[in-house]
Ligand binder design. Structure first.
Ligand code: C5P
Length: 219
């Protein structure tokens, strides 16, 4: 029998990372932050100065990059031997990730890397297409969203807490642009799976969202 999966999809800044990590911890399950795989690939593409439309070269990097997630107190991400943890959260990284994520062959090259996270006793997978493409047979699916303004505010606070310089109105524009690109792309666009539960977290504190998600899994 395949290990259980809970998929949590939704737009940038909806709180998927925070909620997924907390739920995975409560359940004792593994956690896949699929956005960080797209972000790591974006860093490699930027480092190698590859054009974001050069699909064949990006696929080659996706196939050959060595990516390791080291889970201690804080998560450390190693790309081809270098620590890229700090670069992962930069806005340029996220924007480049969303540009290369429109390329179908790139998505296909990353598919197995994501499916390999499905290990016992279970997996919480967060992203855009976890419930629609990567784990379509997942028994539990959630679509998590919040207004663009709330999401920009949350991202702003996260970045400031990490000591990264940020501008709220610039972040809102970036979020709107990324929503548009993620929703309108032909390959695995951001859509809610037909069998997912919809949760709007604009006015919900984190603990309530976590309790709601656990309730959904247990029912
Ligand atoms: O979630 P995060 O902001 O880290 O993702 C960065 C970008 O990677 C997204 O804007 C999206 O374009 C892409 N992505 C994706 N599919 C996923 C996860 C992320 O296309 N499953």
């Amino acid at each position: 029998m395949l290990p259980a999966v809970l998929t949590i999809d939704g737009p940038s800044g909806a709180g998927k990372g925070t909620i997924s990590r907390l739920v995975a911890k409560k359940l004792g399950w593994h956690y896949l932050d699929s956005g960080s795989i797209y972000r790591a690939l974006a860093i490699a593409v930027l480092q190698k100065a590859i054009d974001v439309t050069d699909e064949a070269s990006i696929v080659e990097v996706a196939r050959t990059m060595e990516l390791t997630f080291v889970c201690a107190d804080e998560l450390t991400v190693i790309l081809d031997g270098s620590d890229i943890t700090r670069q992962l959260s930069l806005e340029t990284t996220g924007n480049t990730a969303s540009m290369i994520a429109v390329l179908p062959a790139v998505r296909a090259a990353l598919l197995k890397k994501q499916q390999d996270f499905r290990l016992m006793p279970g997996l919480v997978a967060d992203g855009r297409d976890m419930g629609t493409v990567v784990f379509p047979d997942a028994p539990h699916k959630i679509f998590l969203t919040a207004s663009a303004e709330k999401r920009a505010e949350r991202r702003y606070k996260q970045l400031i807490e990490k000591g990264v310089d940020a501008n709220l109105s610039r972040l809102l524009l970036d979020i709107q642009e990324r929503d548009r690109r993620d929703s309108e792309r032909a390959a695995a666009p951001l859509v809610m799976a037909a069998d997912a539960v919809f949760l709007d977290t604009s006015e919900m504190p984190v603990e309530i969202v976590v309790a709601e998600v656990l309730h959904i899994i247990n029912n």
